[in-house]
Structures are given as C-alpha cells and as structure tokens.
Ligand binder design. Structure first.
Ligand code: ATP
Ligand code: MG
Length: 413
C-alpha cells in the first residue's frame, strides 16, 4: 500500500511566472481519492542535472514519484535523459508510440520528421502510456529497489489524459482496499477564518479524535475535518461535521468542493426559479460567473451592466432624485437596482451591486472599497454594505462574491 507520493514539476516557465502549476492540485486531489497523500511538489527548471537530482531526492523519501513536463521534441525537453541517467538505462524508440503518432499525423495531413520522432523516445524498460490527445507518451518506470516513477507530458490536457486513462486505474489496482483519505468538508462563504475559529473555540469544537484544517482563498474558507488516527470511526467524523455545520449557519454552502455559483444554480433549477443581475462596479463579473456554469440558461435571465447613472435610471428604473441625493453608491440605489432588474426582466430574484472600486473616486464619507450588494425577491429587498480593502481587482472580486453569498443566504433562509 502506498501512502505518500511526490511530484517533480519541470519547466522554467513555471518559475518565471509564465505558467501556473496546475498539475500539483489535480494530482493531489486524485491521489487523495486512493488514499495517497501528495507530500511535496518540487519545481525545477529544464536542466538534466536538476531534474535527475530532484527525482533522486524524491525517491529517497517516497516510493511513488511523478515527473511532469519535458517530454517533448525540443532541446529543453530533458526529462527522459535525466531519468535514463538516474536509472542507468538507455533510451529507445518505442514502436507503438511511433506508430500511433505517425498515424495521427497522417490523419492531420502532416509528415513525420526527426524532431517529432524524438517524442517516441522512452527510457528503456518503461511501460509506455500512449498519448491519444498529444504526442509524447507517458511512461511508468520501476527503480532497482521497486519504487515507481511516472513521467507525464506537461501540457495540462495531456497530463490529465495520461493520469485519468492509465495512472488512476493503475493506482486503484495497487491501492485496492485503501479507500480515500478520510475527511469531511464544509465550504463557507461570507465568514472569515478567524471568526470560524472563534465560533469553534466557544463551543469546545472539535471533539476528541477529530482534527480541523482550514484553507482560505478566493473569499471562501474550506474547513476540513480529519480523523486523528485510523481508530476514529466514521460516525465520529460525521457527527463532528454536523456540529460544525450547525456552528457555522448560515455560511456553509456545500459539503464538497464546488463553487457557490454551482450551488446557487442547483437551487434555482430545482425550484424552477430565475435570476437577473444589475451590476455597476463589477461590470458583468457576476453574470460571467453565473454563465460559466453549464445549464445556467435555465435559471439566469440576464443582466444589465448599469455603469452610468443614466443607465441605472433608464434601464433599471432607479429614481433620479435618489441618485442625486444619495449618490449612486448607496443603499437605496442598490435596493432599487435589485428590484428594478428583477421586475424589468421578470425574474424571481434580482441581484445588484454598486460600489467604488478605486483607485480614484473615494471620499471620507464614501471611501474606496465601499460597496452595497442587494437581493430582491417578491417578499422585499435586502441590502448589505461592505468596505473592502485592496486594489481595484480584489475589490471587484470581493464584491461579486459578496453578492452571490447574499443571494445564497436569501435562497436558503
Ligand atoms: P511538449 O511536447 O508540449 O513540449 P512537454 O512534455 O515537453 O510537452 P513542457 O514542454 O514542459 O511539456 O510543457 C508544455 C506546456 O505545458 C507548457 O505550455 C507548459 O506551460 C505547460 N505545463 C507544463 N507543466 C505544467 C504544470 N505543472 N502546470 C501547468 N501547465 C504546465
Ligand atoms: Mg516541451
């Protein structure tokens, strides 16, 4: 049974800020499902010696190592050379990989050349994992002392394919009976980490045998409950999760890793209800998030980006006198925007935001970061006021999340 694994990510672009390393996240998540913890991700530039040494170091610590990137045809693709050197084997052309690549190239009307042929090179003795969505295949290598190294291509779609098509089935066989690492999740929105901890401490939570872990980011906090040891029963974890959810009402929006807009979409679709948005300082970000969810046309009618006061008045019916007296960034304007868009688009819910994203435009009375978010339904309108720190982008982000959080709370209240 394998318990721990490491990843070696190769590629100078991952260190220079040109690419974000998304492989560690995907791999970590998939490994947890088969009871393996990804304990380290070492990112190295494209160099034979650094790759070789990073893999050698990882093999000192764990029995399963993944290496991503550097399998392509260019001179900076050195992963297979590094592994051949480390394992003391040669490099050979894999006939099956070459045939598969040649055939796909012919179908695409391209010809095989020496550079492309290099992608069929593998470490001698490797099990070759044919790449049907790209060129260079993945490889499974076994070290002299029985440890496993998987080589995966760097392009994310190819990495995902090799992982899902070959490696996960292999892992499931190897880990038969291991089960996923046990955890219970609570996803919260609209409450900070320290407030969560405060609520837990006051209630004497967690109970014995349960450990808490937090992951905060993008306006949400993920609370993870884990057993302190194998002797802790599932029922203890389940009970702890129920208690945590009670302590965090109304901020828990899911028990699995999903986005708030997905949960909102599910709720609206289930109930056959609809939504419209009126956005000022977020300029359509809320609409973009809502429509990123497949099937959102069922419940999302659309929105008005009402940036100018004239648009707030003409398209949403906001009272011009109120705009003049209270200013566009005010509670009554947020309320009228939410109700206006709800009525004019004929939706069950209207969501609105109006605020000062900065860096200019603030005053002592209305500072940069001041925002109002509103939600309207047939029963009335609810508006919340926030003052967010940060730059323009983070204020806009926070505002769009706050609007969705307010809508969510309205939907479940
Ligand atoms: P290719 O045949 O395309 O050269 P390769 O196996 O040699 O594939 P790389 O050259 O290292 O892989 O990377 C190819 C692409 O994949 C690059 O655009 C790179 O930014 C991206 N990539 C590599 N590693 C990662 C990673 N860990 N996370 C996200 N993207 C990555
Ligand atoms: Mg490459």
């Amino acid at each position: 049974m394998i318990e721990r694994a490491e990843l070696v990510s190769t590629g100078a672009e991952l260190l220079s800020g040109r690419s974000v390393n998304t492989h560690a996240r995907l791999l970590g998540e998939r490994l947890r499902a088969v009871g393996i913890e990804l304990v380290r991700d070492t990112t190295v530039p494209d160099g034979l010696a650094v790759i070789r040494d990073a893999v050698a170091a990882a093999l000192q610590r764990v029995e399963l190592v993944f290496v991503s990137g550097g399998l392509g045809p260019t001179v900076d693709d050195l992963t297979r050379d590094a592994l051949a050197e480390l394992l003391g084997c040669g490099i050979v052309t894999d006939a099956a990989a070459l045939a598969e690549m040649t055939e796909r190239m012919e179908r695409a009307g391209r010809v095989m050349n020496a550079a492309r042929r290099r992608q069929a090179l593998v470490v001698e003795g490797a099990e070759v994992l044919l790449n049907r969505v790209g060129a260079a295949p993945g490889q499974r290598l076994t070290t002299a002392d029985g440890k496993t190294v998987f080589l995966l291509p760097g392009p994310p779609n190819e990495f995902r394919y090799i992982l899902g098509e070959y490696i996960e089935p292999w892992l499931r066989r190897e880990q038969a009976g291991a089960g996923a690492l046990r955890e219970r999740l609570l996803l919260t929105q609209g409450i900070g980490e320290s407030d969560i901890v405060q609520r837990f401490e006051l209630a004497g939570f967690p109970p014995d045998g349960v450990m808490t872990a937090y992951c905060a980011g993008a306006g949400r906090v993920e609370v993870r409950l884990e057993p302190a040891g194998p002797e802790v029963a599932d029922a203890v974890l389940d009970a702890a999760a129920e208690e945590a959810a009670r302590l965090l009402v109304p901020y828990v929006y899911a028990r699995e890793r999903v986005a708030l807009e997905d949960v909102i979409g599910r709720l609206l679709a289930e109930r056959g209800q609809t939504l419209a948005t009126a956005e000022s300082c977020t300029g359509g970000m809320i609409g973009a998030r809502l429509t990123a969810v497949p099937g959102s046309s069922v419940y999302y009618w659309g929105g008005v980006v009402a940036y100018a006061d004239a648009v707030k008045a003409a398209l949403l019916g906001v009272d011009e006198a109120v705009l003049r007296q209270e200013g566009a960034v005010s509670e009554p304007v947020a309320a009228q925007m939410a109700d206006g868009v709800r009525q004019r688009l004929g939706a069950d819910y209207g969501v609105s935001v109006t605020g000062i994203a900065g860096p200019g435009g603030g005053s002592a009375e209305k500072p940069v970061g001041l925002v109002y978010v509103g939600v309207a339904d047939a029963a009335g309108v609810q508006v919340e006021r926030f003052v967010y720190p940060g730059d323009r982008e983070s204020i806009r982000e926070a505002t769009s999340r706050a609007a969705l959080a307010l809508l969510y709370r309205r939907l479940v209240s």
